[in-house]
Design a binder for this molecule. Structure first.
Ligand SMILES: [Zn+2]
Length: 429
C-alpha cells in the first residue's frame, strides 16, 4: 500500500511539474541538478570533483566498465559490489525479488558486453519509474485496462504495478510463440508492450485470423524498431506504434502523441558524442537527475541515436529519429589504406530499398572479408537484388573483395534480442 501511495505521489509530482514548467524543462533541469549535487557529496567517487565546483562538464565521463569498477565508491549508500552481487544472484535464483541491501533492491544487468553488472534501485526510485511509465507510456485512465507485457523474466518492479486500474500479464518471450498467442487470446489485452520482432509475429497472426485481439495501444521496446517494421505494424494494428527507450541505466525516452521518441530531458541531461561530420548521429551521455542511490552521471551509452530536428507535437525535448543499434553493430572493414566503418542503417537501407518484396532480412559480419546475408521474400530474385544493394554500398566505400554468402534460415533465435545487422567479429559481444 505504501508503495502504491508513493506511485500516486510521484504521478501528481510529475503532472504538477509538467503543468508548472510546460516547455521550460531547462529550469527543471537546473533545480534538479542542484539537488543532485548535494546528493553527490555522499559519493566518495564524486566528492573530490564536487568540492572543486558544481559544473556538470567538469565531472568525468564514465562508461559501464568505469561504473562497475568504481561501484563501491560511486553509490551513496556505502554498498560494496560483492555484497550487492550476492543479493542480486540470490534474488534471481530464488525468484524472490524483495531481497534488499540497506533498503535498496539490486538488479542484475545481463549486459551485452559480457561482464555482468548490477544496479541499485531504492523504493522511491522504483515508485518514480512506475509513475513515469504510467505518465508517459501507458497513460492514465479511470477504466480498467489489461496490459500484456512481453519480457524475459518477471520481476517485482512490474508486479508492484498491479492495481484495480491496471492488470499486468507477463508473457515470457522464451516460451513458444503458440503458447504466448493462446495466452494473448485469453487476456484480450488493451495494451501490448513487446519487442518489434514479437509484435510482427502477433500482427501476422491477427491478419491470419489465428487470434482475434484488438489492442488500443501498442508499445515497442528493447529492440531496434526499423521504419519498415513500424510502417507494417502501424498499418496492421491501425494505430501509431509507441516506443520506449530504456535500459538498465534508466527510462530515457518515450513517444509523444505523434509517435516521435523524445528524451525525458526534464529528468535527464543529455550530452551528445557525435559520430558523424554532419552531427546527425550520436552516443548519448546521460546524467540522471533523479537517481540518488547509485548516481548515473555523464554515463556514455553505446547506442547509435539519430537526431530528429523537430516534432509537430511542439515539445522542445530532444527528439529521436531512430535508434539504430549499438556501436557493436557497426560493420568494420579494411580498405587499401584505411579502416572503414559503416553504420548498420546504411546496410538496412541498401537491403530494403533493393526490393520491396523483402519481408525480413539479416546481415551478419563473420570476419573483415565476409558477410552472411539472409533474405525472406516470396520473390526468388530478392536475394540477388539485396546482394547487389549491399555490394553497391561496399563499392561506394571502395570495398571490392568482400565475400557475401547466403544464409538460408533466419538466424534470429526466439527469446534473444533481434539484431538484423550484426558484427560477429566483436569479441566483447
Ligand atoms: Zn513529439
Amino acid at each position: 500500500m505504501r508503495f502504491k501511495l508513493k506511485i500516486i505521489g510521484y504521478l501528481i509530482y510529475l503532472k504538477v511539474n509538467k503543468w508548472l514548467y510546460r516547455n521550460d524543462y531547462l529550469t527543471l533541469q537546473k533545480m534538479r541538478w542542484k539537488k543532485q549535487i548535494k546528493n553527490l557529496k555522499k559519493s566518495k567517487f564524486y566528492l573530490p570533483w564536487i568540492n572543486k565546483g558544481s559544473e556538470l562538464t567538469s565531472l568525468p565521463i564514465v562508461n559501464k566498465q568505469i561504473f562497475m569498477d568504481h561501484f563501491d565508491t560511486i553509490n551513496t549508500l556505502n554498498i560494496n559490489k560483492i555484497d550487492a552481487l550476492k543479493i542480486a544472484i540470490d534474488a534471481e535464483n530464488s525468484r524472490d525479488f524483495t531481497l534488499t541491501i540497506k533498503g535498496v533492491t539490486v538488479g542484475l544487468s545481463t549486459g551485452t558486453s559480457g561482464n555482468r553488472g548490477c544496479f541499485l534501485v531504492s523504493e522511491n526510485e522504483r515508485a518514480l519509474w512506475v509513475a513515469c511509465i504510467i505518465d508517459r507510456v501507458i497513460g492514465f485512465s479511470i477504466s480498467k485496462r489489461k496490459v500484456a507485457f512481453f519480457m524475459r523474466a518477471n520481476s517485482n518492479l512490474y508486479q508492484s504495478v498491479q492495481s484495480n486500474l491496471l492488470e499486468f500479464h507477463f508473457l515470457d518471450i522464451l516460451k513458444s510463440i503458440e503458447i504466448n498467442l493462446d495466452e494473448l487470446q485469453q487476456i484480450k489485452p488493451n495494451i501490448i508492450v513487446a519487442q518489434p520482432s514479437q509484435l510482427v509475429i502477433i500482427a501476422k497472426n491477427i491478419e491470419n485470423k489465428k487470434i482475434n485481439i484488438s489492442p488500443q495501444k501498442v508499445i515497442s521496446i528493447a529492440e531496434v524498431l526499423t521504419s519498415e517494421d513500424k510502417e507494417y505494424l502501424e498499418k496492421s494494428f491501425g494505430q501509431i506504434i509507441h516506443q520506449v527507450y530504456q535500459c538498465t541505466e534508466g527510462f530515457l525516452a518515450a513517444s509523444c502523441s505523434n509517435g516521435t521518441l523524445h528524451f525525458n530531458e526534464d529528468l535527464l541531461i543529455i550530452e551528445k558524442k557525435y559520430l558523424d561530420k554532419e552531427q546527425t548521429k550520436f552516443y548519448p551521455i546521460i546524467t540522471d537527475l533523479m537517481r540518488k542511490s547509485q548516481p548515473i552521471i555523464r554515463y556514455e551509452l553505446n547506442d547509435i541515436v539519430t537526431i530528429r530536428s523537430s516534432c509537430p507535437c511542439g515539445s522542445k525535448m530532444l527528439a529521436i529519429e531512430q535508434i539504430e543499434g549499438r556501436s557493436d553493430d557497426i560493420l568494420v572493414f579494411n580498405s587499401e589504406n584505411d579502416v572503414v566503418e559503416i553504420f548498420p542503417d546504411a546496410f538496412r537501407r541498401a537491403i530494403v530499398l533493393a526490393d520491396e518484396q523483402i519481408t525480413d532480412f539479416a546481415l551478419h559480419q563473420q570476419n573483415k572479408n565476409a558477410l552472411g546475408l539472409y533474405i525472406n521474400s516470396l520473390n526468388k530474385s530478392s536475394y540477388e537484388k539485396a546482394e547487389i544493394g549491399v555490394r553497391n554500398l561496399l563499392s561506394s566505400h571502395h570495398l571490392a573483395d568482400i565475400i557475401i554468402y547466403r544464409i538460408n534460415e533466419d538466424p534470429h533465435i526466439i527469446g534473444t534480442k533481434k539484431r538484423r545487422i550484426k558484427n560477429d567479429t566483436r569479441k566483447t559481444y
